[in-house]
Design a protein around this ligand. Structure first.
Ligand code: ZN
Length: 247
């Protein structure tokens, strides 16, 4: 599988940027994980919008779903142009009925996922962990049978991440705060907390994402390095990740 970061800012996009959105590809299947503000524009630099096979959403905060509406318009317009009757499945949880209802439109269909079950989407098997966040939100463990990644989505630190992320090839953590801050009330993690999970869970590589808009984010990496000795990268637009052949 190949992961491409489409957007990574927390809360709102920096100028010219996008908030949470990640593209996961395997063979000819493309899954978009979250669809934050600015992500549809950025996605099209990498992929034709009609080549998306499915979308899955962690929760309904605007910085994760802002571009669902325009994605629906894009599919509507493109389906006329290409005389294509495909429906784009958008997976979401049903603990926010208003949020879930918005997933169904003329050319998209909202599909409920059961957070207690394994969801099969194309070549991917996805399991969920409820995060610690002001609204219901689910982190995801995604495997294609060869490679496994965990995306924390938005969460304050909780010990359940140690097991949930155990032995994964890649962990993408919420890193909305610096080490000396406390993100728990906002439902987010610090650099230290994400790195502690990576260390305890024995993950191979760590990407810090959902990044803050102030200070120098390279400091987040420096902070995280004190707690995790594996590879650490800062999320960047267009950054791609594949499992290293060394492992
Ligand atoms: Zn959120």
């Amino acid at each position: 599988m190949k992961l491409t970061i489409i957007g990574f800012w927390g809360g709102y996009p920096a100028p010219g940027g996008a908030t949470s959105a990640y593209m996961l590809e395997k063979d000819d299947f493309t899954l978009l994980i979250d669809a934050g503000s600015g992500s549809l524009s950025k996605l099209q630099n990498k992929k034709h919008v009609m080549d998306l096979d499915a979308v899955i959403l962690s929760h309904y905060h605007n910085d994760h779903v802002a571009d669902i509406g325009v994605l629906q318009y894009a599919w509507l317009v493109q389906s006329y142009i290409h005389e294509n009757n495909d429906i784009l499945p958008i997976y979401g949880h049903t603990e926010d009925q208003n949020g879930f209802k918005l997933l169904t439109h003329k050319k998209t269909e909202g599909i409920a996922y059961d957070p207690d079950a394994t969801l099969e989407v194309g070549p991917f098997a996805i399991t969920f962990l409820k995060t610690s966040h002001p609204v219901p939100c689910y982190g995801m463990r995604i495997t294609d049978g060869e490679t496994t990644i965990v995306y924390t989505a938005d969460t304050a630190f909780k010990e359940e991440w140690y097991d949930f992320a155990k032995d994964t090839d890649l962990l993408i953590t919420d890193c909305n705060f610096y080490e000396d801050q406390d993100g728990s009330a906002a439902g987010h993690m610090t650099s230290k907390e994400g790195a502690m999970i990576a260390d305890r869970a024995n993950v191979k590589e760590l990407i810090l994402s959902h990044l803050p808009q102030y200070h120098d984010n390279n400091d987040l990496v420096k902070e995280a390095r004190q707690y995790f000795s594996g590879s650490i990268q800062l999320a960047e637009e267009g950054l791609t990740w594949e499992k290293s052949r060394n492992f």
